[in-house]
Design a protein around this ligand. Structure first.
Ligand code: AMP
Ligand code: ZN
Length: 486
């Protein structure tokens, strides 16, 4: 089947026709979250982008196996095998077992994905559940001569690998530049080369999450989990491997190296990378301290936010940018997206009220072709949304009696809008309950203001306390009274 779908492949730096290895099956692997803290909105952008990609592949009738892992071990603070274990550190801080940390933030991640209406993957494997697969892979890499042991730690030999393969194939950087820019790490002189990375790390006695291996007690390096799990569930070579752009230079580069050193094959046909969500031009990240949590965005409870926005307004905001472009967060942009989303949903709700005519002044099949053309062009959701606003214009004009459409036109238009708005973009109508609730709270807050004005402090205090018990905080300033739901 020629779907005309074209995807940008990071490894060839070109848009390519999408031809799955084993039509109609598609293997899709996406690097999942490291579950030692709440996901921030930047992480969500990457997972929502892949949700769009997954949804469109499903819409085109591909039989997709979508694997997205949970990193619950082996991720040290530094990306180059140095620093504390992120889970152990957080466990100490929160006085919990590392596995409690993992459970807490995995559940939190699932809740957030559900709120954003992201479809769950078909398989969500964890690093800790695949220790033996990772050990087996490390053994094969050693047997093939591309890794060596020092004192219970196994390092990947980048120099040796580079003699046969291109280590920088994904990013097209010069190996020499990488060497110059990589600092020698204190205490890691046991590595032969400064680009060498750990497949398996010997555990210090105080390390909590550790497992037996042929090389003693230890834990896996970060990169090997994705190679081992993608191979297990999708085969040595599969169709799409994805993740955020920040993963290309180290994590994915090392994944390719591991798979080639193990199986002599490049693991994925298409490498897809999503661009970053930024705040005032700086990448949103936990370490930069500019990351807000989805919950803060929904309530508006953050210094950078003027007010709260609903999950679908935020999803729409994200989809209005192409997944390979950066997206800068701003209150204004979110407000505009919220309006746009409402306009789209309002038009959709008019569809059942449209009156058909005997003649037609609309060309729905042309509109449909344009929607497919947008998505076939490397999942171009902003162009798709622009086309859907053409549909909005059409609906409003038919509703106002200014444009004629036949009954068949209306059926086709509804099918088109349903498929693209709900199935492909993954938006959903938000119950107007929230709007009604907000209006109700506004009303009660006004009653309190009135009581205060009349110096009826007993009533105004009663209202304030009552709202507080419902988790609604009232804030008085000189000019106005505002409220926030925790
Ligand atoms: P982590 O939990 O740090 O492993 O990250 C999970 C995913 O979120 C990875 O694919 C990252 O590339 C991605 N990510 C991290 N920060 C951002 C950001 N600011 N914008 C978009 N994606 C991001
Ligand atoms: Zn990964």
């Amino acid at each position: 089947m020629d779907t005309k779908l074209v995807v940008y492949n990071t490894i060839t730096r070109k848009k390519e026709n999408f031809i799955p290895l084993n039509f109609p099956f598609v293997g899709l692997y996406v690097c999942g979250p490291t579950v030692y803290s709440d996901v921030h909105l930047g992480n969500c952008r990457t997972f929502i982008s892949f949700d769009l990609i997954y949804r469109y592949l499903l819409h085109l009738d591909f039989k997709v196996r979508y694997v997205r892992n949970i990193t619950d071990a082996g991720h040290l603070e530094g990306d180059r095998d140095e620093g504390d274990d992120k889970f152990a550190k957080k466990a100490k801080l929160e006085k919990l077992e590392p596995m409690e940390i993992v459970q807490k933030y995995t559940l939190g991640f699932h809740d957030v994905m559900r709120l954003f209406n992201a479809l769950p993957p078909n398989i969500e494997p964890t690093a800790t559940g695949h220790i033996s697969e990772q050990i087996e892979m490390a053994k094969k890499i050693i047997n093939n001569g591309f890794a060596y042991e020092v004192n219970g730690t196994i390092y990947f030999d980048v120099e040796k690998y580079s003699k046969e393969y291109n280590y920088t194939i994904l990013t097209n950087r010069q190996l020499e530049d990488l060497l110059v820019n990589t600092r020698e790490l204190g205490g890691q002189n046991e590595k032969k080369g400064r680009l060498d990375f750990a497949l398996w790390i010997k555990a210090k006695p105080e390390h909590i999450m550790k497992w037996p291996s042929p090389w003693g007690i230890g834990f896996p390096g970060w990169h090997i989990e994705c190679s081992a799990m993608s191979g297990k569930y999708l085969g040595d070579v599969f169709d799409i491997h994805g993740g955020g752009m920040d993963l290309a230079a180290t994590h994915h580069t090392n994944e390719i190296a591991q798979s080639e050193a193990c199986n002599h094959k490049q693991p994925a046909k298409y490498w897809m990378h999503t661009n970053m969500l930024t705040v005032n031009g700086t990448r949103m990240s936990k370490s930069a301290g500019n990351g807000f949590l989805p919950g803060e965005l929904f309530t508006g409870n953050h210094p950078l936010l003027n007010r709260g926005f609903s999950p679908m307004a935020v999803r729409f905001f994200m989809l209005q940018a192409h997944y390979r472009s950066t997206l800068d967060f701003s209150n204004d942009a979110l407000e505009a997206s919220e309006k746009g989303f409402k306009r789209l949903i309002n038009a959709y709700s008019l569809l059942n009220k449209l009156k058909s005519s005997n003649s037609s002044e609309v060309d729905i099949s042309n509109l449909s072709e344009r929607c497919y053309a947008a998505m076939n062009d490397d999942f171009n959701s902003p162009v798709l949304i622009a086309e859907l606003f053409e549909a909005v214009h059409m609906v409003n004009s038919i509703y106002d009696g200014n444009t004629k459409a036949t009954e068949q036109d209306l059926i086709t238009l509804k099918k088109l809008m349903t498929e693209f708005i709900f199935d492909v973009l993954g938006l959903k109508e938000e119950t107007s309950q929230t709007d009604d609730m907000a209006k109700l709270i506004d009303f009660v807050v006004d009653l309190r203001t009135e009581a205060k004005y009349n110096k009826d402090y007993a009533t105004s205090d009663k209202i304030r306390n009552g709202l507080e018990q419902l988790g609604i905080q009232i804030k008085d300033t000189k000019e106005e009274t505002t409220w926030n739901k925790a």
